[in-house]
Design a binder for this molecule. Structure first.
Ligand SMILES: Cc1cc2nc3c(=O)[nH]c(=O)nc-3n(C[C@H](O)[C@H](O)[C@H](O)COP(=O)(O)O)c2cc1C
Length: 361
């Protein structure tokens, strides 16, 4: 199957509810302590957040999704319109397809043409770095005037995918050159199985300071590849549907790597409460993919964003926070599997005001 058809199939299956979970983010194990009275007014709540030298209206990225086939043009245009209107950051999907077929560049370029005043993030898989030249990577970045380049790690998806990569050797050399020579930040990003402290440390040592955890609990690529494979890979894939690091755990794993690390929480972030919890756990901002896709495909994008922002504002009101940054100092209670995870891994959260009820370790 060619790459364009595969991209189309990914979109088709990603909007199917079956593509979500079955693991949860473990954000349900984070309890925000409700404050029944805070002397605040909704109109003074400030959701704005600095990211990549831009001021966003809210701490949200429309995560990397598509590009590289004709149908992506309209989707990317609609996603970019939302990002521009609400001043949210936005990523494009893997630009491998435009390396293979440069005539498809317009399906990515539309994002920058529409989203002129927000950060736009380029995207390439780590496996491709072993085959591309520095100049090619520079070209894909320049083609959308990107403010950052996300390098995605999707080993599990590739290994499950019938036509996927099987070797991940030899990518670090070009990555090191990119980090050294490119004048935009590089983001290391998973796609739905989460980043561990160990993985983040490897890239931290190379100089990476921005990580997008893309943990388990939201879009599940093993399931999507199984739906595409129509039974062919079911016995291999089935056991890996519950593989991965839940998003809440991954936020703490990655934020423990260094004080100077910017953590993007993503993977199953669905509500304004999820955003508040992710930030209280140590993230600076969140990424959301599948719900944005569903919303723009049903012409519901503005309603979706308005609801999300409203929910987040209410969460700030009820915790006495005037700004998103203040969420980092609120009291949260962590219990259940997430508490066990943090204890077993001897991880501390960056928010020093929180209580971890440790049941083991
Ligand atoms: C249709 C679709 C296509 C995606 N394509 C890419 C991609 O090309 N590159 C990438 O880094 N992540 C890609 N992702 C992963 C998302 O950026 C995100 O990390 C992941 O879906 C978890 O977020 P969610 O649970 O909110 O969907 C894709 C996600 C979806 C739904």
């Amino acid at each position: 199957m060619n790459i364009e058809d595969r991209k189309g199939e990914h979109i088709e299956h990603a909007v199917n509810q079956l593509s979500q979970g079955p693991l949860t983010t473990l954000l349900e194990n984070v309890w925000i302590v409700h404050q029944a009275f805070t002397e605040l007014s909704m109109d003074e709540i400030d959701l704005s957040t600095e990211f990549l030298s831009y001021k966003l209206q809210a701490p949200i990225i429309v995560s990397s999704m598509t590009g590289g086939f004709e149908g992506a043009l309209n989707i990317n245009k609609k996603l970019a319109e939302l990002a521009e209107e609400y001043r949210l950051a936005i990523g494009v999907g893997s630009q491998r397809a435009m390396v293979i077929k440069p005539e498809l560049s317009y399906t990515y370029r539309v994002v920058r043409d529409v989203a002129r005043s927000v950060p736009v993030i380029a995207n390439i898989g780590i496996a491709q770095l072993s085959t591309l030249s520095y100049e090619t990577v520079e070209r894909i970045v320049e083609s959308i005037e990107a403010d950052a380049l996300a390098v995605h790690l999707n080993m599990l998806q590739e290994l499950i995918q019938p036509e996927g990569d099987r070797s991940f050797r030899g990518s670090s050399k070009l990555l090191e050159k990119i980090i050294e020579k490119m004048d935009i930040p590089i983001i290391i990003k998973e796609v739905g199985n989460g980043l561990s402290r160990e993985t983040a440390s490897v890239f931290y040592t190379l100089g990476i300071r921005i990580f997008d955890v893309a943990g388990a609990g939201g879009t599940n690529w093993v399931t999507i590849e199984m739906l595409r494979g129509k039974g062919k890979y079911e016995s291999v894939g089935e056991v890996f549907r519950t593989w991965g690091i839940p998003t809440a755990a991954s936020i703490v794993e990655v934020s423990s790597v260094g004080r100077d690390v910017t953590v993007i929480a993503s993977g199953g972030i669905r509500t304004g409460i999820d955003i508040a919890k992710a930030i209280a756990l140590g993230a600076e901002l969140v990424g959301i993919a599948q719900p944005f896709l569903k919303a723009v495909l049903s012409d519901n994008g503005r309603e979706y964003v308005e609801t999300l922002l409203h929910q987040l504002k209410i969460a700030l009101m009820l915790t006495g926070c005037k700004s998103v940054a203040e969420l980092k100092n609120i009291h949260i209670v962590i219990y259940g599997l997430l508490a066990q995870w943090l204890c077993a891994r001897r991880l501390k959260i960056r928010n020093s005001n929180s209580y971890i009820s440790c049941t083991i370790g």
